[in-house]
Design a protein. Structure first.
Length: 134
């Protein structure tokens, strides 16, 4: 096989994978959510997701309060953070669903946050944030 044959096979594989991804394939939030849900579907993944949720509650309560104060009129709707953790347990990317004004502020503060427990591998984890107005 020559280089042209490899290129043609590579292009065909790329086109096939792009067409088979289905609706929402270009939506990074939906893709992160699917990955986090798949991970949490395993016993080990669920245990890790629970540990991240506990660490988030312990470490980020002040960040949520600071964001709410800075915004002035925060949207207090519940939201889900989707956090891509490195193998070292550091938040590299954070998405939110829905991306309310409060969620956007909190997600902006999470990059670089280190979870106390290292994941088995790098990947997405979900944290549900439930808020109550005072």
């Amino acid at each position: 096989m020559n280089a042209t044959s490899f290129l043609a096979i590579g292009l065909a594989a790329t086109v096939l994978s792009m067409t088979s991804q289905g609706p929402g394939a270009n939506d990074p939030v939906a893709a992160a959510e699917r990955a986090a849900d798949a991970s949490a579907a395993t016993p080990e993944g669920k245990k890790f997701e629970d540990a991240v949720g506990t660490a988030f509650g312990r470490d980020q309560g002040k960040s949520i309060q600071a964001c709410a104060t800075a915004i002035g009129r925060p949207d207090l709707s519940d939201f889900r953070l989707l956090i891509y953790l490195s193998a070292a347990g550091e938040a590299e990317q954070v998405l939110a669903k829905p991306d309310t004004n409060l969620a956007a502020c909190v997600r902006g503060k999470l990059k670089g946050w280190k979870v106390g427990q290292k994941p088995v591998a790098a990947g997405w984890v979900g944290v549900h944030v439930k808020l109550r107005a005072k």
